[in-house]
Design a protein around this ligand. Sequence first.
Ligand SMILES: C[S@@+](CC[C@H](N)C(=O)[O-])C[C@H]1O[C@@H](n2cnc3c(N)ncnc32)[C@H](O)[C@@H]1O
Length: 119
Amino acid sequence: MKDHWDHIYETRDTDKVIWKQKIPTTSLDFIHSFGLTRNAKIIDVGGGDSNLVDFLLEVGFQTITVLDISAIAIEKAKNVNWKICDITDFKPSTTFDVWHDRATMTHLRIIDFIYQSKK
Ligand SMILES: C[S@@+](CC[C@H](N)C(=O)[O-])C[C@H]1O[C@@H](n2cnc3c(N)ncnc32)[C@H](O)[C@@H]1O
């Protein structure tokens, strides 16, 4: 799984992959719908190099965690807590007010299915 995503981030222009959104409007609307204070703890699971974190920082959220299995995906350091980890192994040491995932859990199942089928 990790190799799969590292390979994608090493070999593809991730501004051009189908899941990339210039402005992640649906996710932003979803997160803003909770009326959170700016010190709410938000985790973006499988955030990769999504622009979501930039928009959240821009409006003043201060405690954002981005978790991703691929270190290559999140090499571009930003002012957030980075967790390089497989979500299925993640044992949080804190609580989060919002858990956000877009296009990660779906891939978790699809890619696992493809790899199992090849065995
Ligand atoms: C399709 S991309 C979506 C990226 C981002 N959420 C977005 O909407 O642009 C899926 C992301 O999930 C990460 N990922 C896949 N499986 C994971 C796992 N088991 N644990 C953590 N991250 C994972 C990948 O490295 C990749 O960055």
